[in-house]
Ligand binder design. Sequence first.
Ligand code: NAD
Length: 490
Amino acid sequence: MTPTQLLIAGQWQPAAAEATRDIICPIDERVIAQAAEADRMDTRRAIAAARHAFDHGPWRETNIRERARLLHRIADLVDRDAEHLAWLESLNTGKTLTESRTDMGDIAATFRYFGALVAGESGAVNEAPHHVISRTLREPVGVCALITPWNYPLLQAAWKIAPALGAGNTVVLKPSELTPLTTLHLARLLGELDLPPGVFNLVTGGAEVGAELAASLDVDLVSFTGGAAAGRHIMKAAADSNFKRVALELGGKNPNIVFADADLDIAVDRALDAAFFHAGQVCSAGSRLLVEDTVHDAFVERLAARMARIAVGSGLEAGTQMGPVQSAAQRARLMAMVEQAVSEGARVLTGGCAPQGESFRHGFWLAPTLVTGVTESMTIAREEIFGPVLAVERFSGETEALRLANGTPYGLAGAVWTRDLARAARMTRAMRFGTVWVNDYHPYFPEAPWGGFKGSGIGRELARIGLDEYTELKHSYINLAPAASGWFGA
Ligand code: NAD
């Protein structure tokens, strides 16, 4: 097996220490690749390449039409290789091919969206005295470190690469050490385009690489998606180094609230999507289901019946609806969480272990799990789950629903199911989350902003603001008729 390489200054190369890391398929625990494992020195070389390309290269001066064209060409290449990329993403993350194909469509759409946005970029002319030209200009921030997680490897990368390159920055990208394969393929696709060397660098490796990026004086911005612990390190490192711009997309504890007046057939159906899409390994997963007490028991009964029919298996096979979780550590953490919920008084109605059968002997399997009788003080109601475990709490009335929903340090996303539009509007305004869905769960698209309130992060991705995050504002003031001020006398 030939190890993958790092992309630094336009050259593919092994890690200097020639270290590698096994990449494991979560479906059967096979080693599917060996990735170059970069260290601090490799990371510094990549940063230096990006710094040089920004400070001395032609890239930041490139015409916006050319940058927009580049983003559209990347979208076309993603479309061209979509089937291979989807297969690779499923192999590495365990998500179903259907889910990965959806990701690839979203990735191409993201590049096209930012391509269109960049093409329409222009500064503003400000009102000023007649002898002055005052303009507000948007300029690239500089060297951007992009750090991504393992659950949506290529999608998260696209949300960052498209606006970063579109705005004229140079990039050092570090994918999760667990799932680098599609990002590596995208880097090869970028090699088909005429990007100047050093504009896009890819460094595979673990926390050491991320920490070096966050602490470097030569990095101007770090955009991170991942967990709170790493996010905290990054913010501290930024403050201790050069106050680089920090954008954080962190975890969630997302309430999915079902009122008794909702269309319960649809609410049951979509509660499954909310909780078990990509085996619940979604930052916005609706793993905290709040059901109004008058319909609670009937709702839970229907949910359990539907959950028993979820087709769990290899996502590479047709008909599979849910794959494994991504790693052994992840499964162990989830099972410990379910055990703790039981010890705190909750009940496991279904799941809590691997599904039965020979095909589940290898791989990181956990059956869709339903935990009921959950109350707000339990750990499972407070901490992010990030797996196929759905915890159900009951509530009585709108005030209690709101108190429970907002009673979390996170604020990424939440949903409300009701036929009462006035209530929908009240709940939407009162819920402290970056996204609030009404009578739906999970939709997102490049045109709408994504990000969290409170502990779910800082900044926004996608939408107009997702491009602005990668720019600095400059006030340009040109005096056409300079004159002595006389302030200190003639
Ligand atoms: P993680 O924090 O363990 O790792 C994320 C990335 O950070 C990886 O590339 C990792 O190598 C790197 N990293 C780890 N320690 C670091 C450090 N000290 N300094 C710099 N980089 C470091 O997260 P994960 O387990 O890969 O992903 C799961 C988490 O991501 C969940 O909490 C999930 O909610 C969150 N997430 C959030 C969003 C969002 O849009 N808000 C999207 C996807 C995932």
